[in-house]
Design a protein around this ligand. Structure first.
Ligand SMILES: CCCCCCCCCCCC(=O)SCCNC(=O)CCNC(=O)[C@H](O)C(C)(C)COP(=O)(O)OP(=O)(O)OC[C@H]1O[C@@H](n2cnc3c(N)ncnc32)[C@H](O)[C@@H]1OP(=O)(O)O
Length: 203
């Protein structure tokens, strides 16, 4: 068994504190709604031109504050989903160092087909949720080594689903986590992941 490193100098240490402007969390949520609306829409030519012009304006506004990875707001915010508009948001309702319980709702942007969530959105959700949980509660920083997903039944979009994550065990630098998604009592997904604590100096 590898000894745990005593210090983990890595990219997690790099970001400087940021100031989150008023309204930023609402903007992030609006952006997610935009992605859902985009997916659900069937605009005519006039609506397409209008939407395209407005998105071009939005891009121009955001590019005015373009910055490097260590100064951007997305990905490190104390708002649901850390301001990551690509990732399905898990809202945590209760958490201990061993178990985390919450909800997720796959919006229209995550549609795979026929009302079911896209099979790729589900591991994306678990990688982020497991990653946050495996690194929480004072644990040293670890990265995903593997992720296993069993699609037990259809995961519906636009439905509040329960998410459970469990920190199963730690063996040296290896952390094993498991999880599931349920629609009511019905099991939709079972997942497991291996996270490995970075070696000293690993980037
Ligand atoms: C607060 C912040 C909030 C932050 C909130 C954050 C939320 C976002 C989180 C997202 C998380 C990610 O997506 S992270 C990005 C996706 N992951 C990556 O890019 C990782 C790429 N891979 C790597 O960097 C590396 O392979 C590592 C770090 C995973 C492991 O490399 P290493 O450190 O050199 O480890 P190594 O010595 O080879 O192996 C150590 C032990 O693990 C085993 N091992 C290694 N890889 C595997 C594997 N895939 N499957 C099984 N076992 C494995 C080895 O056999 C060995 O076992 P034994 O001989 O000791 O028994």
């Amino acid at each position: 068994m590898d000894p745990l490193p005593t210090h983990i100098p890595n990219w997690w240490d790099k970001p400087a504190p940021v100031t989150i402007p008023d309204g930023y969390a609402d903007f992030v949520e609006q952006f997610r709604t935009l992605q859902d609306a985009m997916t659900a829409a069937a605009p005519d030519a006039e609506q397409t031109r209008t939407a395209s012009r407005l998105v071009a304006e939005l891009i121009e506004v955001l590019k005015q504050s373009e910055t490097d990875e260590w100064s951007q707001l997305s990905g490190r915010l104390p708002v649901p989903g850390r301001g990551q508009t690509l990732i399905p948001v898990v809202h945590i309702n209760s958490e201990t160092e061993h178990e985390s319980r919450g909800t997720v709702r796959f919006g229209r942007q995550f549609l795979g087909g026929n009302g079911a969530a896209h099979g790729g959105a589900i591991p994306l959700m678990f990688d982020d949720a497991f990653g946050r949980f495996a690194n929480a509660h004072g644990r040293a920083i670890a990265r995903t080594a593997n992720l296993h997903i069993d699609y037990r039944s259809v995961t519906p979009i636009d439905t509040d689903l329960t998410v459970t994550l469990r920190f199963d065990r730690e063996e040296g630098r290896k952390r094993y986590v498991t999880g599931e998604i349920r629609d009511g009592d019905r099991l939709c997904v079972e997942a497991s992941g291996l996270f490995i604590v970075l070696k000293p100096g690993a980037a």
